[in-house]
Design a protein. Structure first.
Length: 437
């Protein structure tokens, strides 16, 4: 089965090669990372051949979630290097900029035996931690053969991916047999991972690390945030709406809603943050097509109020800081059928949160927020406009929503301790060092 899987990976790569070539030429993607994806790491990488803990986080969300574990891993395993890999370029950038206590960050190898074997020889992990549902059959097989312990942290099986996994249960039963521990976000995800082949004794429900990975509002207001906020010197009387992590089609929806809001709140500023950097230019063009004044974040003048109706956030790593200035936040990936995005970062800042009907990737979190009346769900751009306008008019409703959202975050912290206990069961921390007198 692994031979057929490897053949399928090669065929898929050949089929998609024109698209990868286009992305490389148009957006400069993958050009500088091809060597690392083939297992060729820099000469200085793990120069002394030290043992390590290898964490894999596919993109931005998973990398930021890993932030909950890294400081404790560094403290508990002082003799081990800590490496983190990502698949996407944005994940790589965020990991380098916002994750401390790492010895190195690199690109995840293609899941083919020569590449994963070469990477394992250089990384020398004693434990491989995959964030969420990063199931790579050849890498897991290579880890098992090399005696590397493996753990799925913050695991989840979405309703969208579950049927596809079930179709190949015979294969995945073999693949998952090589994973030593599954730390799942919810009872439903635990049930699903068992159904597709995980051994029940190795599955536990630890909760969502996303709650534990959030910086407190005080910590998030540090110097990095202060620098970003200097470009948004906006008087308290001016409302600020945010459309965060938008996907294709959602900028138009947000602009439709914004036009409704401006009828009663003409001074409102809209900040649009496209999820993918390659769509920054498109977002700017869409705003201009609506006849609105638009500014790019990278063109703003420090200590000056933006002279625009809409600001497009064309930078990486600043969105979380800007939630502090928002009056209300729409979280994208949810009005189009993309599965939703993380709503916890605006929640920890106590903001009024709105999202669309498509939250499959964050179903448990979305249900919890709606059940506690800590967020508002809308189905159309017109509904978004109505909710935004209502929230701008009703500060007590904004305050109630924000307080409920922040309270929900604080009440659900704790997955970090349970996950670290699972790590310790697989890789016992060294005992206290004896000091010679």
């Amino acid at each position: 089965m692994h031979v057929l899987y490897s053949l399928a990976v090669v065929v898929l790569a050949l089929v998609l090669s024109p698209w990868f070539l286009y992305q490389a030429i148009r957006y400069r993607k993958y050009v500088g990372s091809l060597g690392q994806r083939m297992g060729v790491l820099p000469v200085t990488f793990n120069l002394d051949g030290d043992d390590s803990i290898w964490i894999h986080a596919v993109s931005v969300g998973e990398a930021l979630t890993a932030r909950a574990l890294i400081p404790e891993l560094r403290e508990r395993y002082p003799d081990l290097k800590i490496f983190l890999s990502t698949t996407t370029m944005t994940g790589q950038q965020i990991a380098r900029e916002r994750l401390s206590d790492l010895d190195a960050v690199f690109f995840f190898p293609f899941d083919l035996q020569p590449f994963v074997s070469r990477t394992l020889r250089l990384v020398r992990p004693r434990l491989f931690i995959m964030m969420e549902t990063e199931i790579w059959p050849n890498l897991l097989r290579a880890c098992r053969k090399a005696g590397v312990k493996t753990l799925m942290a913050n695991g989840r099986i979405s309703s969208r991916s579950y049927p596809r996994y079930r179709m190949a249960r015979g294969f995945f039963r073999t693949v998952l047999a090589g994973v030593d521990q599954f730390c799942m976000q919810s009872d439903e995800s635990a049930r699903r991972i068992v159904d597709i082949g995980a051994e029940p004794a190795r599955v536990s429900v630890t909760g969502s690390l996303k709650f534990d990975s959030l910086e407190s509002p005080t910590a998030a207001s540090g110097r990095g945030a202060w620098r970003v906020l200097r470009f948004f010197r906006i008087p308290e009387s001016r409302p600020i709406l945010m459309a965060a992590s938008t996907m294709k089609g959602e900028e138009v929806a947000a602009l439709t809603a914004f036009s409704m809001v401006r009828r009663t709140h003409p001074t409102t500023l809209l900040i649009i943050a496209p999820r993918k950097p390659e769509r920054f230019d498109e977002a700017v063009a869409l705003v201009r097509a609506e006849g609105l004044r638009v500014a790019r974040r990278t063109e703003l003048t420090v200590d000056t109020e933006p002279a625009a109706d809409v600001v497009v956030l064309d930078s990486i790593g600043e969105l979380a800081h800007l939630f502090q200035v928002a009056t209300a936040v729409f979280v994208g990936g949810s009005l189009v059928d993309h599965g939703g995005h993380n709503i916890l970062e605006p929640a920890v800042h106590g903001k009024a949160i709105v999202f669309g009907p498509h939250m499959q990737n964050f179903a448990e979190i979305a249900e919890a927020f709606l059940g506690r009346r800590a967020a508002v769900q809308v189905a159309t751009p017109a509904e978004l406009g109505e909710v935004w306008a209502r929230l701008l008019t009703d500060p007590s409703e904004r305050t109630r929503l924000g307080a409920a959202a922040r309270g929900l975050v604080e009440a659900n912290r704790g997955a970090k301790g349970r996950t670290l206990a699972a790590v310790a069961a697989l890789l016992p921390p060294p005992g206290p060092r004896l000091v010679r007198r």
